[in-house]
Design a binder for this molecule. Structure first.
Ligand code: FAD
Length: 304
């Protein structure tokens, strides 16, 4: 599946990129065709080198964290996927501050913070993405969001990474200036608070709610649609009788209508078709437009 100059392909492979990797292995929906190259950079230098190579040859780039909010395409991706998960060193705690690499697991960081007598992330425990993905999405749950703790962000600017104060005023519900395409976060600094004695119980309660209310045994990308103003997406979808609605292997979860799940054998096309069907029915019956929270691969491809 080599489509760029042989020397660029060779240089990417020399950096440690893998060739012809199913996107289904990289995203939580477990769908998607092959990516030409996938690289898990070992550090910023390697990441900068890969981006420079792609720029040289106009190779499209796709940035992923843990792939828990992304819908790839069945055709795959003729470019380089940079996967910023799994390769980061442990977070560094100093008093109530913590610096964490973008690839760290958000849930692991939340648990470690609570173990260290700190609060601020306990409601985010159970969100299955990376710290970088959380900042990119301003991930949140049960009244908490990452923005509250975010202080500084290490971002890619003009060929290098630098720290900048977080532009919190630009962050909102599932909205962040620190998101691909175009922006790459390599690390964040968070300001936590001393535990007032409630953090562990809050964390356990949030995890219990997830286990009870979410279809965690089937592949999904969490909430398919954003919460429309004044409504809950799941309630609207359920109200339109769409719980259990199925196209191919994709199904509106029978447990939580806000989730589309892969019941087994779904294609990305099945999921897209079901998303469109749900949007059409909900709009026709209620007048409310459901905006996808899940990011489609087409919107994430960038020639750097
Ligand atoms: C079972 C389940 C439950 C979920 N529950 C919640 C929930 O309660 N609340 C919630 O908010 N979300 C939830 N999600 C969705 C998802 O986990 C979050 O959006 C998460 O923050 C995405 O992180 P990720 O690392 O998987 O990012 P990805 O899905 O890999 O990427 C998401 C977007 O962020 C960009 N991105 C990723 N890393 C970076 C980076 N380092 N720099 C710049 N851009 C980047 C990607 O290009 C993409 O545009 C859930 C998902 C699942 C499967």
């Amino acid at each position: 599946m080599v489509y760029c100059r042989e020397n660029i392909a060779r240089a990417l492979l020399d950096l440690g990129a893998r060739e012809n990797v199913p996107l289904a292995d990289l995203v939580s929906f477990r769908v998607g065709g092959p990516a030409a190259f996938v690289l898990q950079p070992k550090g910023e230098e390697e990441l900068c080198r890969a981006l420079a190579l792609c720029r040289e040859e106009h190779v499209p780039v796709l940035l992923l964290g843990n792939g828990t909010n992304v819908l790839p395409s069945d055709e795959g991706f003729r470019g380089l996927v940079i996967q910023l998960s799994g390769n980061d060193r442990s977070p560094v705690f100093e008093g109530e501050k913590v610096v964490a690499g973008a690839g760290c697991s958000l849930t692991a960081l939340a648990k470690e913070s609570v173990q260290r007598g700190l609060m601020g992330l306990e409601r985010l425990c159970g969100i299955p993405g990376t710290v970088g993905g959380a900042v990119a999405m301003n991930a949140g749950a049960y009244g908490g969001e990452i923005k509250t703790a975010l202080r500084r962000v290490r971002v890619y600017r003009d060929g290098a990474f630098l720290w900048e104060d977080a532009r919190l005023e630009e962050m909102g519900y599932r909205k962040s200036p620190y998101t691909w395409p175009g922006t790459i976060v390599s690390a964040v600094e968070l300001q936590l608070l001393p535990d007032d004695g409630t953090a562990a119980a809050t964390m356990a309660d949030c995890m219990k709610k997830r286990r009870e209310k979410q279809p965690l045994s089937l592949p999904s990308a969490g909430s398919t649609f954003k919460r429309p103003g004044g409504h809950f997406a799941g309630a609207l979808i359920e109200g339109c009788g769409l719980k259990g609605c199925t196209i191919g292997g994709a199904q509106v979860s029978e447990l939580h209508a806000g989730f589309i799940v892969n019941r087994g054998g779904a294609t990305a096309g099945d999921i897209e078709a079901l998303m469109r069907h749900v949007q059409d029915v909900v709009f026709n019956e209620t007048g409310v437009h459901l905006e996808p929270e899940v990011k489609r691969l087409e919107d994430l491809t960038c020639i750097f």
